[in-house]
Design a protein around this ligand. Structure first.
Ligand code: ZN
Ligand code: ZN
Length: 651
């Protein structure tokens, strides 16, 4: 005779199958309802191990158990429902959810706030906010848990206005919010990027005494960061009596979010000095910082830490792939990509984008073909990556093929990103008239980016006439856009039309438009050294300039002729040469040569596109010093080796 105690014992030992077997084969009337509940709970606990439950089908057993229970004299109580509903949520089964809802009503639990709140949560997690709302509306009484369930539902479904309105209604009814309420309302503020609203909620948090709740404060830090007020986020973080991994991760992610990546890396170091162990979410936040900065040494160290921690999930490996690709090591990225057990669409897109960025266009295309054969579905990003690859290698035919394949075979409507790639592809290849026709026929408004891309193409092909037309269009659309002014003045200057070039510069000055300053940086011994044009602030300035002088002489002896076309004004030849000689990437390369062992690869990142002269110079330098020099500019990677660049001078 199976007793409740016996079943409990088996559950405790994790022998669920045995427990289930006994329960199913026994005369059920002699088992108490609590035994079912116990077993149900054990099945659910098991589900936390996502793998295990997929393999062993525990949710299915939980449902079987639930229905088995109904055929007996044992009546489900509110504990049973609170236990079975999360199983529906975990497998997103609306079908079972609706059946259990019916059962709840038949058993007369419609006034039970706990059961009803769990029911709402289930509907929301199964994707049916309409059902959740209906349950909420019909509830005779609502406590804070019920309000939280509906607010959280709206928030998770991105229905931010509804979430906010419901929160306001809740306050009017006099129900006091708790930490779970704030955990749902703060992400709403973050999604809306509404700083004023965040400050209002902050006040409510203070008034309701939750400023000592670490979870609430961490969420507040995250929200302030996402709304752009990193100072306030930092102040809250500094004021916390105890900071755990979650709060450290929030402040790191906040800095990464607003682009202060070097600061984020600093905080990551502080976190480790404080003895707080990072987890998956910390790694997922910090790796993009290394990627953005091109900080390969620090990224590699974080990779080591990931290995030590054992958090080697597919998501983290994908973040590592992205980091290695963006830090210039595509081989390492590919090695890791091959280790991903089930590459999802993000993993595939990351590795395709990596190859495209490095100019390995054929590989990018072949990866896309492999992706088609995999279980991952191609999305619009996959096509952006592959079109980008085509445009940077002049693969016009392939590009056009993929562009039509996208909507015809994959039902993905092209967005402005795809059109920009196509304009770039056709334009670079010299089909200017076709490009213009293509833009005119676009079913969506071309917008700034498309026209700016065409202006870049005009510069490449020295088409002054079209360039002037496009620049006027751009000035009208956005009179404050510095890039358009710089591009057209370059077009004039390169054609020797100094008067026109200077007029554009004058116009820029009058309108108060400032060109984004060029800067380059290099990582040496886990430290980032940044340089701007003509920079003399670095402690090693003298050595750097002496190195450039020496290289310049060797280059001239090797046949180098300075290309001064990127210098806008009509200065004397020598002055111009001096100006381009001190571009930021050259300073960074010289610094790298001085501070790294002979033969090591030099890796430099530049925030803008590399200019023609720097490109030529770097080719010469790579040969003179016999080093590989990898430069990541705003567009792509250049691998300089033995006097050649991987881009084939096509960038
Ligand atoms: Zn340059
Ligand atoms: Zn290149």
């Amino acid at each position: 005779m199976p007793s409740t105690a016996h079943i409990r014992g088996l559950c405790r030992e994790g022998r669920l199958k045995d427990a289930l077997h006994i329960l199913f084969t026994a005369n059920n009337t002699c088992v108490e309802s609590s035994a079912y509940l116990h077993l149900l709970q054990a099945c659910i606990d098991k589900k936390a191990l996502a793998e295990a439950y997929r393999k062993h089908g525990f949710p299915q057993e939980a449902f079987t158990l639930f229905y088995q229970m109904q055929r007996t004299a044992v009546q489900p109580d509110h504990f049973t429902f609170s236990a079975i509903l999360p199983v529906c949520s975990s497998v997103a089964s609306l079908k079972y959810g609706l059946q259990i809802h019916g059962r709840i009503l038949r058993c007369g639990f419609q006034s039970n706030v706990v059961v009803m709140s769990t029911l709402m949560d289930m509907y929301s997690k199964c994707g049916s906010m309409d059902n959740a709302r209906e349950v909420f509306v019909k509830m005779p009484q609502r406590d804070v848990v019920a309000w939280n369930a509906i607010i959280a539902g709206y928030e998770q479904h991105g229905l931010v206005e509804n979430a906010l309105m419901t929160f306001k209604k809740m306050q009017l009814t006099g129900i006091e919010p708790n930490s779970a309420t704030f955990a749902s309302v703060l992400p709403v503020c973050a999604k809306m990027g509404d700083l004023k609203l965040t400050m209002e909620i902050h006040q409510i948090i203070i008034k309701s005494g939750f400023l000592r709740d670490a979870v609430v404060v961490t969420s507040l830090i995250d929200t302030y960061a996402k709304c752009g007020n990193i100072q306030e986020a930092h102040r809250l973080f500094d004021d916390m009596p105890e900071r755990d991994m979650v709060s450290w991760t929030a402040i790191i992610a906040g800095h990464v979010h607003i682009g202060l990546v070097d600061k984020a890396l600093d905080i990551f170091k502080q976190m480790q000095s404080a003895g707080v162990k990072p987890d998956t979410s910390t790694f997922a936040s910090i790796l993009p910082a290394c990627a953005k900065l091109g900080a390969l040494e620090q990224g590699t160290e974080i990779h080591r830490k990931v290995l030590e921690s054992g958090f080697l999930s597919d998501i983290i490996v994908t973040a590592l792939v992205d980091m290695y690709a963006k830090c210039g090591s595509i081989e390492k990225a590919f090695d890791l990509f091959e280790k991903i057990h089930h590459p999802n669409v993000i993993s595939w897109n990351t590795i395709i984008a990596g190859h495209a960025m490095h100019g390995y266009s054929k590989d990018a295309l072949s990866l896309l073909e492999q992706m088609k054969q995999s279980s991952s579905k191609l999305d619009h990003v996959s096509f952006v990556c592959v079109l980008f690859a085509c445009s940077h290698a002049g693969l016009v035919e392939d590009g056009c093929k993929y562009f039509s394949q996208m909507s015809n075979s994959y039902c993905i409507m092209p967005t402005v990103d795809h059109y920009v790639c196509m304009v770039d592809l056709l334009g670079r290849a010299g089909y200017l008239e076709e490009t213009l026709n293509f833009i005119i026929k676009m079913p969506i408004t071309p917008g700034l980016v498309v026209w700016k891309c065409l202006l870049g193409v005009c510069r490449l092909h020295k088409n002054i006439c079209l360039g002037v037309f496009v620049s006027r269009l751009l000035f009208e659309m956005d009179p404050k856009n510095a890039e358009a002014y710089v591009l057209i003045s370059n077009i004039y200057a390169e054609a020797g039309m100094w008067g026109d070039a200077q007029n554009v510069r004058k116009l820029m000055k009058e309108r108060g438009i400032i060109k984004k300053p060029g800067s380059s940086w290099i990582e040496v011994d886990k430290m980032i050294h940044a340089f701007c044009v003509g920079d003399k602030s670095h402690p090693q300035t003298e050595e750097i300039y002496a190195m450039l002088e020496k290289l310049s002489l060797e280059m001239k002896a090797a046949g180098y002729i300075p290309d001064t076309r990127s210098v806008l004004n009509d200065l004397e030849k020598e002055e111009k040469e001096l100006l381009i000689c001190h571009h930021s990437e050259k300073l960074a390369i010289a610094f790298g040569l001085l501070n790294t062992a002979p033969g090591t690869t030099i890796r430099v990142v530049k925030n803008l596109r590399v200019c023609v002269d720097c490109h030529t110079t770097t080719k010469f330098i790579s040969k003179i010093v016999a080093r590989e020099i990898v430069v990541r500019d705003a567009n792509r990677f250049h691998h300089f080796k033995n006097g050649q660049c991987s881009c084939g001078d096509y960038w």
